[in-house]
Design a binder for this molecule. Structure first.
Ligand SMILES: [Zn+2]
Length: 98
């Protein structure tokens, strides 16, 4: 009789263990999937440097008086100072006047 009870207990325990293992496996999969998908997402926004729109230095165009940022300005070295123009047209004007 004891063996039959043991066998019945075993029959009950196996699906339970399987269920527990299945849940654990799912949790592990979610954790592995979650951590692998989150890591590039976390790196993504920090990897490219944020484009500084207002952080660039502004220079005054000596011809038309417009303020232009270094990123788009036309630069011209005059002696030991650099002059910045909003366009090549302004640079040409400056050179003709000078
Ligand atoms: Zn200009």
């Amino acid at each position: 009789m004891r063996y039959i009870l043991f066998f019945l207990l075993f029959l009950i325990m196996v699906p339970m263990l399987r269920g527990v293992l299945g849940v654990l496996a799912k949790l592990l999969m979610n954790w592995a999937m979650g951590s692998s998908s989150k890591e590039p997402a976390r790196r993504g926004p920090s990897a490219p440097p944020p484009a500084p729109s207002g952080a660039t230095t502004l220079h005054k165009d000596p011809v038309c008086g417009a303020y232009v940022s270094e990123a788009v300005a036309v630069s011209c070295r005059e002696g030991n100072q650099t002059l910045w123009f909003c366009s090549t047209a302004c640079l040409d004007k400056y050179r003709k006047n000078a």
